[in-house]
Design a protein around this ligand. Structure first.
Ligand code: AMP
Length: 221
């Protein structure tokens, strides 16, 4: 199964990806996570990406396409994968289509996570993660660490992403509208888009998401 998760920054793509990972036993490929690791490790890719990321801008298409191409060569993608945060522009979507056509593995469904702007801002400003193990928390949406500032899982320090600061959030949401939102129409025309309403209590939303993803898979066969 090949999925794309589409949604604004803060929509919760990472959280919903975990449902698909469990259900289909396939890896999540998050270009944001790959880029953050590269920045942390100070690799040439990280050095290229860090200024764009800090400002909430998109990293150039060719850089991101290159890293996705490399990632898709890895053996764990043989049964399928979940793309989280990629594609983010029409040129990225077209490159992806060419790439997957070459290997005969088309996208089965594009799952569009639908939440309103107020929810996005609440989720983004509350988002925290553990500096050591990467465990995710949210201090606004009922998922805070048990002890403020300390990871429940490993005792590590809880931090906020640099690009989750209010000024950068605004920028990222505007970039989404301009560069990424056109993908909704693009995938709708291809007959691949499934809109999933994701407002409400997390446990209910996760169940709804799981049901919708299974239905999308069934109808894609
Ligand atoms: P994310 O974790 O998906 O919100 O991504 C964090 C940041 O990484 C974005 O604001 C961009 O600067 C960069 N990034 C992630 N994925 C892409 C992509 N597909 N194209 C361009 N930039 C990306």
């Amino acid at each position: 199964m090949q999925f794309i998760l589409l949604g604004e920054p803060g929509a919760g793509k990472g959280t919903y990806a975990s449902v698909l990972i469990r259900k289909f036993q396939i890896p999540q490929i998050s270009t944001g996570d790959i880029l953050r690791s590269a920045v942390k490790a100070g690799t040439p890719l990280g050095l290229q990406a860090q200024d764009y990321m800090k400002k909430g801008l998109l990293v150039p298409d060719q850089v991101v396409i290159g890293l996705v191409k490399e990632r898709l060569k890895q053996a764990d993608t043989a049964k399928g994968f979940i793309l989280d945060g990629f594609p983010r522009t029409i040129p990225q979507a077209k490159e992806l289509e060419n790439l997957l056509q070459e290997v005969g593995r088309p996208i089965n469904a594009v799952l569009k996570i639908e939440v309103c702007r107020k929810t996005l801002i609440e989720r983004l400003t509350g988002r925290r993660s553990c500096k050591s193990c990467g465990a995710g928390y949210n201090v606004n949406t009922g998922l805070p660490p048990k002890k403020a500032g300390v990871c429940d899982k490993c005792g590590g320090e809880i931090i906020q992403r640099a690009d989750d600061q209010p000024a950068t959030i605004e920028n990222r949401l505007n970039v989404y509208q301009k560069e990424t939102a056109p993908l909704v129409e693009y995938y709708e025309k291809e007959g691949l888009l499934k809109r999933i309403p994701c407002e409400g209590p997390l446990d209910e939303v996760l169940k709804r998401f799981e049901k919708a993803s299974l239905a999308a898979v069934a109808s894609s066969k």
